[in-house]
Design a protein around this ligand. Structure first.
Ligand SMILES: C[S@@+](CC[C@H](N)C(=O)[O-])C[C@H]1O[C@@H](n2cnc3c(N)ncnc32)[C@H](O)[C@@H]1O
Length: 467
């Protein structure tokens, strides 16, 4: 039950969206930590519930969270809650009159909404619920069109659509404070984006990644597998300076075949800079380069505040890196006798991830975050297969299912310390003695599963434009 001690220990009710459920807690935790606050769960906290009560935070904290979250729909100053109408009434009657006073004045206008989760109520029943709140000391006038204060009764009927109870499991009443940023999911949809590719990251997930990475104004953010720059779009929205690299010359230069239906070739201004211009964040564009992420091109030392990326997993695009004929199995004559001829080599997924972690360990600032997608074959998944690094702490690991047997996991890591010689030695030993190479066969496992299930082998069951 809510503790109504004083203004200082108010509680806030988050109403969360029910998509991307696993990504919500790390998002809210990351946004709270940007304010120097921790998530303090209540006794009956349920991670999959659409309602969470926030303790030990101020109204400024929740306003700042709502200014960024794409997982939460709205936040309310919680005035009371209970399992039954009488428990709710008792809880509301304990809410300090001083805290209510500014919002129930005679001169003020207000309205009360009713929101039900997992049940639809007819209009008559909604009115009944509002009438049952008549014990609240509202003195102002009801104004349905343009009220000064909005209140909401929120009822939770559980999450089983086949077993909806007559009465809610829990009821909350509070003053609406703010909505989250779910409008960004539509306003930044790749459907209406200027420059897109086959693997452009969905807008909602891009913003979630930027939030998990705690990207903030004036940060410098880097995407080593930048593609069409969807992640840079999200980071620049939060005022970070953005840059990236990609091995694909056409993608970086915005030329070649278009990905849109009914369009053969990319237009003259289809590039990442133009995407940022579309969302009025061009001032945060640093640059993008054609470069192979398996090669070190950056000076050693802390450079980036965040590294946020979606590496290729070889489904829609090959995982390639540059090499020389010395590394190739082809005979030297095939290269015309030249001493160094760059060739394209397979870039194994295990190497992509160990290179990425090593790069992050060297080039992130302390406290900076690496956020990336790890594809997994679900029957083989164990937490131990998530790549680790002695300088990076695993912050969160959230699954997004792609098919019955494959998924990708959004991994967030934070740099704890600079790389020392002992860390390099530990990594060499680790790669020698615990070489999980299962990542490398992801492509084969992905297609073998699809073939078994549906006979398809074109990757068409992928969601959200994943690679
Ligand atoms: C999954 S896509 C990234 C999509 C991107 N997030 C977007 O929204 O468009 C992976 C990208 O990695 C690039 N890539 C593949 N191998 C690479 C390498 N060795 N170095 C740099 N980029 C590489 C591919 O060209 C592709 O654009």
């Amino acid at each position: 039950m809510a503790l109504h001690c004083s203004r200082a220990c108010k509680q806030y009710l988050l109403h969360l969206a029910q998509d991307n459920i696993e990504f919500r807690l790390p998002e809210i935790k990351a946004l709270l930590s940007l304010r120097g606050k921790q998530f303090c769960p209540t006794e009956n906290f349920k991670e999959r519930s659409p309602f969470w009560v926030l303790n030990n935070v101020s109204e400024d904290d929740v306003l700042s969270i709502m200014g960024r979250t794409v997982c939460a729909k709205s936040v309310f100053e919680l005035w009371g809650h209970g399992r039954t109408p009488s428990e709710l009434q008792a809880s509301l009657q304990k809410y300090p009159a001083d805290d209510m006073a500014p919002f129930i004045q005679k001169e003020s206008t207000y309205k009360i909404n009713v929101y039900t989760f997992n049940k639809t109520l007819v209009f008559k029943d909604r009115i009944k619920k509002i009438d049952a709140l008549e014990f609240l000391p509202f003195q102002g006038k009801v104004n349905l069109k343009n009220p000064e204060h909005i209140f909401c009764l929120l009822e939770d009927y559980g999450s089983d659509p086949n077993n909806i109870p007559d009465e809610p499991f829990c009821v909350y009443f509070g003053r609406w404070i703010a909505d989250g940023q779910r409008v960004l999911i539509r306003s930044h949809s790749v459907k209406t984006r200027h420059f897109i590719g086959n693997t452009s990251m969905d807008a909602g997930l891009s913003f979630i990644m930027a939030n998990h990475a705690r990207v903030k104004a004036h940060d410098l953010v880097f995407d080593p597998f930048v593609g069409t720059g969807s992640l840079l779009v999200a980071c620049s929205h939060f005022g970070a300076y953005v840059c990236g690299t990609d091995i694909d010359y056409n993608t970086i230069h915005g030329i070649g075949k278009a990905s849109r239906k009914n369009q053969k070739w990319r237009g003259p201004d289809e590039n990442i800079r133009a995407n940022l211009r579309q969302y009025e964040t061009e001032q945060f564009y640093v640059d993008v380069l054609v470069s192979d992420s398996s090669k070190a091109i950056w000076r050693q030392g802390p450079l980036f505040d965040a590294i946020i990326t979606d590496p290729p997993y070889g489904i829609r695009e090959s995982t390639r890196r540059t090499g020389s004929q010395k590394e190739s199995s082809k005979p030297a004559e095939d290269f015309g006798g030249e001493s160094h001829v760059p060739v394209s080599m397979a870039y194994h997924l295990s190497d992509i991830f160990s290179d990425l972690l090593s790069f992050a360990a060297h080039c992130l600032v302390i406290g900076g975050r690496l956020v990336y997608w790890l594809p997994v074959y679900r029957p083989e998944y164990r937490e131990e297969i998530v790549p680790l690094h002695p300088c990076l702490r695993l912050v969160s690991n959230c699954e997004q299912t792609l098919s019955s047997h494959t998924s990708r996991r959004l991994i967030t890591m934070e740099k704890m310390k600079e790389v020392e010689d002992s860390d390099k030695q530990a990594l060499v030993l680790e790669s020698r003695f615990s070489p999980y190479q299962g990542h490398n066969a992801f492509r084969e496992k992905y297609f073998s599963g699809i073939t078994k299930r549906s006979g398809k082998s074109d990757g068409s069951t992928l969601v959200n434009g994943s690679d």
